[in-house]
Design a protein around this ligand. Sequence first.
Ligand SMILES: Nc1ncnc2c1ncn2[C@@H]1O[C@H](COP(=O)(O)OP(=O)(O)OP(=O)(O)O)[C@@H](O)[C@H]1O
Length: 285
Amino acid sequence: MKIEVKGLTKRYKDNYALNNVSFTLDGPKIYGLLGRNGAGKTTFMDILSGQILASNGKIEIDGEEPFDNQKLTESICLIKEGHNFKKDLKVKNVLKVYSFFYPKWDQELADKLIKEYNLNLNSKVKTLSKGMESALGIIVGLSSKAPITIFDEPYIGLDAAARKKFYEIMLEEYEAEKRIIIFSTHLIDEVSLLFEEVLILQEGSLVLMEEADMLRNSTCAVSGTIEEVEAFISGKEVIEKKQLAGMMTAYVYSSIQEAKMHGLNAEGVPIQELMIYLTERKKGA
Ligand SMILES: Nc1ncnc2c1ncn2[C@@H]1O[C@H](COP(=O)(O)OP(=O)(O)OP(=O)(O)O)[C@@H](O)[C@H]1O
């Protein structure tokens, strides 16, 4: 499916949650949607999933707008942190409701994940712990097999092992059947290796949209003595530099290969650092 975002604007009184944002997500990929608090990520995902209307501009999914369009929303599954399910429903009934709604629902996968996450089908949602409720959201999101699956901080309360399991299963399922997965999170370092393309929002504007591999190849973390590193980064765009005991590490726009040719230690820059740098720079601009 193709998602075209055209001049998308959402205004709450004088506050622009999204301000004339345009981009296209073309085809199945795992997209990382990143940004600081209040950047407009949830607003974008709510408009995309047909839950709220834009103030101006629009989103078209294969040429159709999602708001009030049930046929289209059967292809979109949005899982948010908490607040996904009616509290009085039992787990098995939650699964039933979603299995009716999503035409490509995969019951076998749902059954497998219920076991993986140790959920009791007869428990009511209101009796689940935060982590268990998040697990149920993850189960619904993955089992929906919706061609556009959106996870908005889906794992509040889930421990590190349970999150790792989620990433593994998500990747397995994605490899088995590709779809558009939009993943928004503040735990960027944990999950960034899964991203194929990264979008960064800041104060309602898009500040970066780039293939993750391209980002990894065009930036690097170099370390060595202060003199060596200073000489290498001179004239280059520097993201950040730190000194410790006569040594320096700098995050810089340059390839790992180039840094290594200068005899420096070099590795990739964490996408989280890049996000902080780009959003700070935008603020100060
Ligand atoms: N219903 C609303 N009424 C008024 N303002 C809103 C509403 N929803 C969002 N906003 C404002 O729009 C801006 C963007 O909010 P949004 O929730 O989209 O950001 P976010 O990037 O998802 O943030 P976070 O990472 O903190 O979840 C914020 O300034 C927020 O206060």
